[in-house]
Design a protein around this ligand. Structure first.
Ligand code: FE2
Length: 268
């Protein structure tokens, strides 16, 4: 049983790389379930649209997670109510449209829980991520409520992400960070059997500033005149993790950093 998690897809270039490569990767790597963070997948790199969701589902994505940019496209507030494969962070203030957790069926018939949480440091205000995690752990159990559990923790700081990995150790198949758009080199199976990586990295053009046009972003930092923020358009790299799962325990046997194509291709 193999699960692929892909980090934040950014703009047209990130999306087209996913659309043209994912189906062959699923076949070649014998992937049973795919989760992708899609909160930057719309053309400009902000939010996600119904059409973009459809394209991602059609090319093999099973579930789309999000984060602080979830509502950047107004249509998402109504679309998320109809599309249960699109998640928003579970710890958004209630009432919020949509859901932050779901149980889905993989191609091989196994049940996969997917939980989306958002960090509290340098992020939009939301409920405490760690209280939300504790509540979740009290309510749900691996191998009772689902065969496998994936947690996308959309957060800015590495300390929050590592702590969340340890909290779910032995209780989730994978805890992976998103949002910072740079893949970290710490993929490992934690002591209790949970696969972990601090940030999956983005699926986007790395000749950029975290997926956005680099000249424009640099001008902003230099406080010079800049145009509206827009996504970089060069060749994208696909970044994420592949987890080999233990069907008996629901935990991870092995986790590997996955990087393909674009600027980062040489690090494969
Ligand atoms: Fe984000």
């Amino acid at each position: 049983m193999k699960i692929l998690f892909l980090g934040d897809v950014v703009g047209i270039s990130g999306r087209s790389m996913v659309l043209s490569n994912l189906l062959s990767k699923i076949k070649n790597e014998k992937i049973d379930f795919v989760v992708i963070n899609g909160e930057n997948a719309a053309d400009a790199g902000m939010g996600i649209t119904e059409e973009v969701c459809k394209d991602l589902f059609n090319c093999g994505v099973d579930v789309i997670t999000t984060g602080n940019h979830v509502w950047d496209q107004k249509e998402t507030m109504s679309h998320i109510e109809k599309e249960n494969r699109l998640l928003r962070p579970k710890n958004l203030f209630e009432p919020s449209p949509g859901r932050g957790f779901g149980i889905f069926t993989a191609k091989n018939g196994m049940n996969i829980g997917v939980l989306n949480l958002m960090g509290n440091v340098f992020m939009k205000k939301c409920e405490d991520a760690f209280e939300a995690a504790e509540k979740f752990i009290k309510k749900y159990e691996l191998k009772v409520d689902y065969d496998f559990l994936l947690v996308d923790f959309h957060a800015e700081t590495t300390s929050e992400k590592v702590a969340m990995g340890h909290i779910f150790d032995g209780k989730a198949t994978l805890v992976v960070g998103t949002h910072t758009h740079i893949p970290t080199n710490d993929a490992r199976v934690l002591k209790g059997g949970t696969a972990y990586q601090t940030d999956a990295g983005m699926c986007g053009d790395y000749d950029s500033v975290i997926g956005m046009n680099k000249d424009n972003s640099i001008n902003k930092f230099l406080k010079k005149k800049s145009t509206k923020h827009f996504a970089a358009t060069g060749d994208a790299s696909l970044c994420g993790v592949i987890v080999e799962c233990d069907i008996e325990t629901g935990l991870a046997k092995k986790v590997e950093n996955f990087i393909y194509g674009g600027e980062l291709k040489n690090s494969q």
